[in-house]
Design a protein around this ligand. Sequence first.
Ligand code: ACO
Length: 333
Amino acid sequence: MDLLNQIKNNAKKHNKRIVLPESTEERTLKAADELLAEGIAQIILTGNPEEIKHKATELSLSNIDKALIIDPKNHVKKEEYINLMVEIRKNKGLTREDAAKLVENPLYLATIMIKNGDADGEVAGAENATGDVLRPAFQYVKTKPGISVVSGAFLMILKDRQFGNNGLMVFADCAVHPNPTDKELAEIAVATGATTRAIAGIEPRIAMLSFSTKGSAKHEMVDKVVNATKMAQEMDPSLKIDGEMQADAAIVEAIGQKKAPGSEIAGKANVLVFPTLETGNIAYKLVQRMAGAEAVGPVLQGMAAPINDLSRGCSVSDIVNLVAITANQAAGN
Ligand code: ACO
């Protein structure tokens, strides 16, 4: 069975509650219908119930009546959520008036539902920019204990099976944190190792990428990756991790042996950790478009509950896949 089917089947066993706050967006509604038909997760839609039902009828979707629909303007827990929002953000000066407005925004409503234990995860981003999806999540759900930074990994399913594990690789951070410090980059590496085990189901071999391999260039940007590699090894000694190294040394055996002789990772990496968001985001999009790879994600890592962000160019199946991944994360996988 392929990886995505495994992830979907596992999600079915756990039947988690996933909120889709962009409820009248066409691809989202079609994905919700498919998820409900297949029983991959319980689906919560936030929006005007009449509008959602009308749109579902227009699109001939027959499973939407199995979703729980929460109207942001009028539902029984509205006051409870406002109180919780004020409690969480009072030190940031959030007033009841501000909270009463925010709670009617489906992206804020989704995160406060998760915080209150009324949902297990969220997928959004088909029509909202990444920052607008992530900001409420950072503010109300926050990071896991001991983690200071959220980052985004992609499962890259490559046509060329010689790379990674039979063509499966994980790239990070491709989605969230523009310019990590050395410590933050180490946290990103450790979190990506955990995602690789839990979601990709493979043992990570992590390459910390740079424009230098084992001291071939001297620059403060190289020093950052060298320090991050050491810190990540200390944070999680169970991880196989090496750097700094160039991308060719990480994935091509002959070059890895030449540039980093004796490295357990060089030439064999199945996880690539990029030094900045721009390098990671550019790299995953080039591999996706030029090498025809399937890019599944971004899977957000480090958040206290699973909240995942779609690309606005996503397809219905991208949404279905990301909901299944989110449900797996919620189940603790
Ligand atoms: N992890 C955890 N918390 C964070 C992170 C992070 N990576 N970044 C910001 N925060 C927290 C801050 O601590 C702050 O919390 P507070 O209000 O409790 O003090 C809150 O989030 C807001 O922080 P700001 O610094 O104001 O962050 P801002 O909202 O300006 O930016 C954002 C955060 C939106 C994620 C920004 O880093 C960003 O735009 N990143 C790029 C996202 C993007 O465009 N990615 C590429 C497209 S995705 C794709 O192609 C798949």
